[in-house]
Design a protein around this ligand. Sequence first.
Ligand code: A2P
Length: 315
Amino acid sequence: MKHLKFRDNSTIPALGLGTWKSSPEVVKKAILDAIELGYRHIDCAAIYQNEDVIGEAFQEAFDSGLVKREELFVTSKLWNDAHKASDVRPALEKTLKDLRLDYLDLYLIHWPVAFKPGVTMPENPSQYASLEEIPLEETWAEMEAAKKDGLAKHIGVSNFSVPKLKRVMDHAEEAPEMNQVEGHPLLQQPELHQFCNDNGILITAYSPLGSTDRSAAMKADDEPDMFELPEIKAIADKHEVTPAQVLLGWHVNRGNTVIPKSTNKGRQAQNLAAADLSLSEEDMDTIAGLDRHFRYVNGKFFENEEKGYVNIFND
Ligand code: A2P
């Protein structure tokens, strides 16, 4: 498994297991299966509402000797209702308690969107807090403090545009070490990648397979199916792998981290093997030509003018 380097030279496995949409009923087995297969990077978040069950799986994996804590790279994310300085540490402590860990390898600000404390998912604009009311730099200072206190080895953000990264960096002691964003051949974001590369910020790609298991409310009617793209199928045939493996291997060849979700052991194994796929320059050029700035997770669900959340991926 390839590893990517943070600025301090410590590393993260290039392919990890996503847990968004993994229901509490199945996620324990999914985590144990994945660790058994050799996954050493697990991506979690408080809002996925399964961290307590994932914690049971970690405990079992450590107790049985399946893996040691220090061999596992665990990410989690601060939810939007805990951006206020006084709310960050309690949210992180809750995540640690649920995951049954005493530190995270990586803690991210999940979205550059703030809700009023205690609002899990707003039903109207008044339940949001604007970024003037709770500035991202206020939240970031608490992330830095969490790292200093050893609760997270690395800190970063998710769903941040270049202007938002700059805003945080202008006020920061330390720049984010990671930006986790949607990424696949239809959404390649070359400018964001360039900025992150230039500033020593790693990128993790989420929804690399198009997250077809999202709720209907989060889906458009006419979404493209990346498994059916002729160019992806042709590259898959040439390498005798599946289209999913091409989609995942592309990130590793590009120098990103990628976190496919699967609760099926066979598909987990297939996805893990994709990290070792070596794509040619010609394959990479073909895939570069597929970009069309298409988002599966379009962020519309957080848009509201009243609190200033209009173009959240660009502003
Ligand atoms: P399952 O969990 O049953 O394997 P994403 O990572 O983009 O969010 O996509 C997750 C979706 O893709 C889930 O529906 C997952 O189903 C499915 N999936 C994961 N791995 C593969 C694979 N190798 N081939 C086809 N579908 C996959």
